[in-house]
Write a protein that binds this ligand. Structure first.
Ligand SMILES: [Zn+2]
Length: 211
């Protein structure tokens, strides 16, 4: 699974400044061009290599970029991602590990008997609503869905499968509607949010991309 990086926009190179010479336009096969930038320590280089099939008009869809840090000290300390963004390896690894831990904690919470039990009771409550229309109105009123009725009714099979698919962030609401104390659920969710908010950010050092 590819995890999102906090604070890093999904920067995909577009509007590529690739100039093909007249000769290369007529050669069969793949053209490659290498752009270089000075590395972080200034003693080596970061290469950005673009390869494109022999198309007359290269576009973002038919070119491939690859990046390489040609400096031993810098390649030990830094890395380049698929978009040409340069990060400190230590920061990148810490960020990834923290996201992995958070995803696992969130999944573990979702799988607790407390959540399963709550969903089972909520399914019974939902099943008492006799029509899909009534279920849709109830679930909309309490913030479980923002779907229009048509969309909702195509997806809604029965109360039990619907309840099983409810995310644990709705657990406090489910508890309240069942006349239970929502605070244990709210505390667990608040703790997960705090864990997510504490994930260390990873700063982009530079872009290896020529643009
Ligand atoms: Zn260097």
């Amino acid at each position: 699974m590819k995890l999102p990086l906090r604070g890093i926009p999904a920067e995909i190179p577009t509007g590529l400044n690739v100039t093909l010479t007249g000769a290369s336009l007529h050669r069969m096969g793949t053209d490659t061009f290498t752009h270089t930038k000075s590395c972080m320590c200034g003693l080596g280089q970061i290469e950005a290599t673009v390869s494109s099939p022999d198309h007359r008009w290269p576009s973002a869809y038919n070119v491939h970029w690859s990046y390489s840090i040609k400096c031993a000290p810098c390649s030990g300390e830094y890395m380049v991602d698929d978009h040409g963004l340069v990060f400190r390896r230590s920061e990148y690894a810490a960020n990834r590990a923290a996201w992995d831990a958070w995803y696992k904690a969130a999944q573990d919470y979702e799988a607790t008997p407390e959540i399963a039990g709550l969903k089972a009771e909520f399914a019974a409550l939902l099943a008492r609503l006799r029509t899909k229309k009534a279920a849709h109105e109830f679930l909309t009123l309490h913030g479980f869905t923002t779907d229009k009725y048509g969309t909702f009714t195509r997806a809604y099979r029965d109360a039990q499968s619907y309840a099983e698919g409810i995310h644990s962030s709705h657990a406090p609401t489910m508890a309240r509607l069942l006349g239970k104390d929502p605070s244990p659920f709210q505390m667990a969710i608040t703790a997960l949010e705090a864990q997510r908010d504490a994930i260390p950010s990873v700063r982009r050092v530079m872009s290896a991309h020529p643009n």
